[in-house]
Design a protein around this ligand. Structure first.
Ligand SMILES: C[S@@+](CC[C@H](N)C(=O)[O-])C[C@H]1O[C@@H](n2cnc3c(N)ncnc32)[C@H](O)[C@@H]1O
Length: 260
């Protein structure tokens, strides 16, 4: 699976992720001088808010996509004295006892081994450190994913999508609680919330779903006409929804700490 994104498009289209992320950041209790990891920072739209909340702190943005990191570097240039970037896989972070806290939004469901992920995050935190994050979880996008499964069985797409496993892991609140406990975390809180999202037009829906959700599926289709057909089929189905072009998002919230 390609790890690259169209970061220009993601930056333009990620208003749903930004609005969920702002709520996560609003719940942080910061002194203002901490060293914090933004795990899966993307193009940095939310990292900017984190930096504003840490006027005497440092932020390290980690992402596995070079495109995302390049966009984030440009977007966050004004914060360069307090911000650095590392290209790394969250499952194998090159840090030990560095961070007071870890923030992450809309990223952990892209990581398929959550035991590796949370062991890696735990190791990166100082004693007494915390993780505060949100990602997709539970029945996230199940209506859209059912449609994608149907499409994968249709004659045009079966040669390319048959047997392709979803590139996400959507845990529910209890499963995430157990994962965090296995990694050594304490004071664990996890919860699922519904986040239905309506996209304003057919064109926006196509652009959003193509960039944010079905990117790795489209990469498997070898011709532009197949990619366009795939998006047309999804958009035709979404046009019949009530309200049209709505996405059945669910978010999994998590908070946990490392013992002193
Ligand atoms: C949907 S974007 C979210 C970006 C940003 N946090 C936001 O809320 O807008 C998911 C990000 O996670 C990154 N990501 C996915 N898997 C990763 C991994 N294993 N290690 C590091 N970053 C990863 C992607 O490259 C992408 O930038």
């Amino acid at each position: 699976m390609s790890r690259e994104w169209n970061s220009t498009e993601y930056h333009r289209l990620s208003q749903p992720q930004v609005s969920w992320g702002k709520k996560v950041l609003a719940g942080l209790k910061l002194r203002g001088n901490e060293t914090v990891l933004d795990a899966g920072c993307g193009t940095g739209r939310l990292t900017a808010d984190l930096l504003e909340a840490l006027p005497h702190g440092q932020v390290i943005g980690v992402d596995v996509s070079q495109n995302m990191l390049q966009s984030a570097r440009e977007y966050l240039r004004q914060f360069s004295s307090r911000m650095s970037f590392v290209a790394a896989d969250l499952q194998a972070l090159p840090f030990s006892r560095v961070f007071h806290g870890i923030v992450s939004t809309a990223a952990f469901h892209w990581v398929l081994d959550h035991d590796l992920l949370f062991t890696s995050l735990y190791r990166a935190l100082r004693p007494g450190g915390w993780v505060h994050a949100q990602c997709g979880g539970g029945p996230n996008l199940s209506r859209l994913r059912n449609r994608m499964n149907e499409l994968a069985r249709s004659v045009e797409f079966v040669p390319y999508l048959a047997g392709y496993a979803e590139p996400w892991l959507f845990q529910d609140a209890d499963e995430m609680n157990s994962t965090l406990r296995r990694a050594g975390f304490i004071q664990i809180e996890t919860s699922l919330e519904e986040a239905p999202t309506v996209i304003e037009s057919r064109q926006q829906y196509v652009d959003f779903v193509r960039t944010v959700i079905v990117r790795t599926y489209l990469e498997r289709l070898p011709k532009e006409w197949l990619r366009s057909l795939y998006m047309r089929r999804l958009a035709d189905l979404a046009a019949e929804d009530d309200p049209p072009f709505s996405l059945d998002y669910w978010r999994l919230n998590l908070k946990a700490g490392v013992p002193e």
